[in-house]
Write a protein that binds this ligand. Structure first.
Ligand SMILES: CC/C=C\C/C=C\CCCC/C=C/C(=O)SCCNC(=O)CCNC(=O)[C@H](O)C(C)(C)COP(=O)(O)OP(=O)(O)OC[C@H]1O[C@@H](n2cnc3c(N)ncnc32)[C@H](O)[C@@H]1OP(=O)(O)O
Length: 298
């Protein structure tokens, strides 16, 4: 709990995010159900000390949306694993049926104060910085749909294995919500699938079926649904045979230019996010998107 408080308090940047400097507070949502803040863990970590591999099971019903609490828990777990020198590999997967992660929790960005949005964005950045820069071998075992922030989460990993189920999709679909993937989302995608694929995917907010995702390199391997985890484990074993130091330096060399760009621009990036997301027009787009999700269900 002390960890959580510390992380939370570090996440607030009062000078940047005062209400008066932005001159607005988002309207309160009237129709959107606020979920109870459950105290049960949103992430379960199984760490096998004999293999040095940890498995992170995301277990936040209904769709593993990346809320402030979820991301805080994720960052704390990552920090602990990263500090344990015996832990060399991490597999991330979902315990929720049909969904890997629904991406950022829209309720953290809708009808919230600028301070809250800033605190939220800081922990989104933190998650990305920790995972994209991790010394561990990281593998995403994608056993369900993975839009937007869910796709980003898997893109931070070193290798992506997805269930070959045409009902699932993956991609950075932000423009479909009327919002814009920030530069570090975009660069993570460019670093994976190249500039042209990213430009088309991001402008159109494309969600790819597994076969299409494989074709552009958004995922590395498709396997039958019931084999996602076992193949992830076998793949991890292979990756862990590579001399650790050489692999880690290579990973840093590939990723550090993007990581450094965010590290040196964190506060400006938060300010950008807050002023963008609290705009009335953007709030309206988020509301319409949430309504669309509910109508689709009905
Ligand atoms: C200039 C630029 C400067 C700065 C940057 C500025 C901008 C900001 C960038 C922000 C980047 C944002 C990234 C994101 O991740 S936004 C989130 C995008 N996510 C989605 O689009 C996914 C939406 N969800 C779905 O498509 C489906 O839910 C999914 C995942 C396919 C699962 O489908 P299904 O199993 O049928 O489940 P339901 O749709 O019925 O959903 C169940 C329940 O969950 C609610 N829900 C779904 N997704 C979210 C979410 N992301 N956040 C919050 N809540 C979510 C859904 O409404 C249902 O709720 P209910 O109350 O009806 O049960």
């Amino acid at each position: 709990m002390a960890w959580r408080a510390a992380l939370r308090s570090k996440a607030v940047i009062p000078a940047l995010l005062s209400c008066s400097s932005h001159g607005r507070l988002c309207a309160s949502p009237t129709f959107i159900t606020q979920r109870n803040n459950s105290t049960s863990p949103k992430i379960k970590v199984d760490y096998d000390q004999t293999t040095g591999v940890a498995v992170m099971h995301m277990q936040s019903p209904p769709v593993n949306s990346l809320s402030l609490d979820f991301l805080t828990e994720l960052c704390i777990s990552l920090e602990k694993l990263e500090m344990d020198k015996g832990c060399r590999g991490l597999i991330i997967t979902s315990n929720q049926p049909k969904v890997f992660s629904a991406g950022l929790d829209i309720l953290e960005m809708y009808g919230k104060s600028p301070e809250h949005c800033g605190e939220f964005w800081k922990v989104v950045q933190e998650m990305w910085l920790k995972l994209y820069g991790s010394n561990m071998v990281t593998i995403a075992a994608i056993n369900g749909s993975s839009p937007a922030g869910g796709c980003l989460l898997s893109l931070t990993c070193d290798y992506r294995i997805m269930a070959d189920n045409p009902l699932y999709s993956i991609g950075l679909n932000e423009t479909q919500l009327g919002i814009v993937a920030p530069f570090w989302f975009k660069e993570t995608m460019v670093n994976t699938v190249g500039h042209r694929n990213t430009e088309v995917a991001l402008q159109l907010g494309l969600l790819y079926k597994p076969a299409e995702a494989l074709k552009i390199g958004l995922v590395d391997q498709l396997v039958p649904e019931d084999q996602v985890f076992s193949v992830a484990t076998q793949t991890m074993t292979k990756w862990l045979t590579i001399p650790e130091h050489a692999r880690q330096i290579t990973k840093s060399m590939m990723r550090n230019p993007t990581i450094d760009k965010l590290r040196t621009n964190r506060e400006a990036d938060i300010q950008n996010f807050v002023s963008f997301i609290t705009k009335e027009s953007i709030q309206k787009s988020l509301r319409m998107y949430m309504e669309m999700l509910k109508q689709r269900k009905a």
